[in-house]
Design a protein around this ligand. Structure first.
Ligand SMILES: C[C@H](NC(=O)[C@@H](N)CCCCN)C(=O)O
Length: 463
């Protein structure tokens, strides 16, 4: 009988270590992504950033990814050059972008300057900090698709959804830590300094870069342990530009991409404003306001791998996505009800949102390889992230604009700084709308799966 060849993937210790190493790099990336969000009030009081400046800055996340198509370029590079080269480039880009962002927020040399670029007018500091964030975002997004491909490489036919869930859980720890620690760090030592949390994020990212370099050695070893492909097989497997056409003509892929942009638009942009919502609607003090939204990512840390494991073993991926979408609709709708303003309600809603935010990603990302072949996977993930980035870019800007135009209710002095107060009913209704649309696409995906037999309702583990 032919002996089944063992590769490094077959060593549980090796594949879980590889996962831990790359997940740590993502934790560092997510920390920086979300560290400025809780500082909205301090940025307004200390640096004079209005809500639309804040929204504009946050929208920078998608400037290059969306308009310059950097994510698509990153996906093609990933499929052509492999995970080691692409991941290293991506982490270096994250560090470079963060250096620019840190400089912009810590310097006084831009004080008093207002720039107008295209239709946008904002303080020069907002533009340069946005530029740094936009560069960083190219890095973190390309790192994200690279890590998805890395996980597939190590875990296909094994605990794929659990591994993806654990990676997301680790990354969300970065988001949770950012939301919980940003204000205390900015206010530490009795002097308010909004650049301090960004400096910490920069240090973390440098450690994340080292961590990825360590992964590169593991990846080399994995490749060496696998059966070497013949030239004909490599030519057959090589990514071709025409593969993009194959991806974008696949209806199932579109349903996932649209569900992704709608669902994530109701979560990540919400998190950018959640601290401010706690202060304005639920009357939580500025020091504690980040604690409640930070329960969302912390809650997902256990649940995302839990639901991933469930999907691996029992299947029902499409149903999981439908339930998750239903939960976010309920949460945002209740957040928009004006008379529900007790902080305990806020905690309950955030925890339920955490369940919804664990369900959808735990089933959505491991479902992509069921629809798209492995050689196109990097590009397929990149294109989904690209569609999603329209939302991550547009929705924070939209909410910032809506707040400033329709929701200002007055002004208060907090810690000696005069800031606006806001009514969050309208923004929360907008987030509810995204949830409703996400639900429709989750149903369409389930119908398409039934038609095409992708196996989204089947377990991932091959016995
Ligand atoms: C895996 C997935 N990642 C993304 O959706 C990224 N495109 C966005 C990361 C934004 C970080 N605040 C996820 O985190 O669920």
């Amino acid at each position: 009988m032919e002996k089944i060849r063992q590769t490094l993937r077959d060593s549980a210790a090796a594949r879980w270590t590889a996962l831990a190493v790359v997940a740590f790099t993502m934790l560092c990336g997510y920390y920086l992504t979300d560290v400025v969000a809780p500082l909205k009030g301090l940025l307004e009081g200390k640096l004079g950033w209005g809500s639309s400046d804040f929204g504009f800055f946050n929208s920078a996340y998608g400037w290059f990814n969306v308009f310059l198509g950097m994510l698509i370029v990153g996906g093609i590079i990933l499929d052509k050059m492999g995970v080691r080269f692409t991941g290293l480039m991506a982490t270096i880009i994250m560090v470079c972008g963060t250096i620019i962002k840190f400089w912009a927020i810590s310097t006084h040399s831009l004080d008093g300057q207002v720039w107008k670029v295209l239709w946008f007018e904002a303080p020069a500091q907002v533009f340069i900090a946005g530029l740094g964030f936009a560069i960083f975002a190219v890095g973190v997004e390309v790192a994200g698709i690279t890590v998805s491909k890395i996980i597939y490489k190590w875990f296909k036919g094994k605990e794929l959804a659990l591994a993806m869930g654990l990676e997301m859980a680790t990354a969300r720890l970065g988001t949770g830590l950012a939301i919980a620690t940003a204000v205390p760090i900015a206010k530490a030592f009795g002097v308010v300094d909004v650049s301090r949390p960004i400096l910490l994020a920069l240090i973390l990212l440098c450690i994340g870069l080292l961590s990825f370099v360590m992964y590169m050695f593991m990846d080399k070893k994995l490749d060496a342990s696998e059966v070497q492909k013949t030239q004909a097989e490599m030519d057959e497997d090589a990514f071709k530009i025409s593969d993009i056409f194959k991806i974008i003509t696949n209806k199932g892929w579109w349903y996932i991409a649209i569900l992704c942009v709608l669902f994530y638009s109701a979560v990540f942009p919400f998190l950018k404003y959640a601290t401010d919502l706690m202060i304005n609607k639920f009357g939580v003090s500025e020091e504690l306001a980040g604690t409640i939204p930070s329960m969302l990512p912390f809650g997902t840390i256990l649940l995302t791998p839990f639901f991933g494991n469930l999907y691996d073993r029992k299947g029902k991926g499409a149903t999981i996505m439908i339930i998750g979408s239903l939960l976010i609709i309920a949460v945002h709708a209740l957040f928009s009800v004006p008379f529900l303003h007790h902080w305990i309600m806020a905690i309950i809603l955030i925890l339920v949102l955490g369940v919804g935010f664990s369900l959808v990603p735990s089933a959505m990302w491991p479902s992509v390889p069921k629809i798209i072949p492995e050689k196109q996977l990097g590009t397929a993930y990149a294109l989904i992230f690209w569609v999603q980035n329209w939302g991550l870019m547009g929705v924070p800007a939209l909410i910032g604009w809506v707040l400033e135009k329709y929701c200002i209710t007055g002004q208060v002095v907090r810690d000696g700084l005069t800031v606006n107060t806001y009514n969050y009913t309208l923004p929360m209704l907008i987030f509810t709308g995204f949830g409703v649309l996400a639900l429709i696409f989750a149903f369409l995906l389930k119908i398409e799966d039934k038609k095409k037999g992708y196996g989204l309702q089947l377990p991932n583990i091959v016995k």
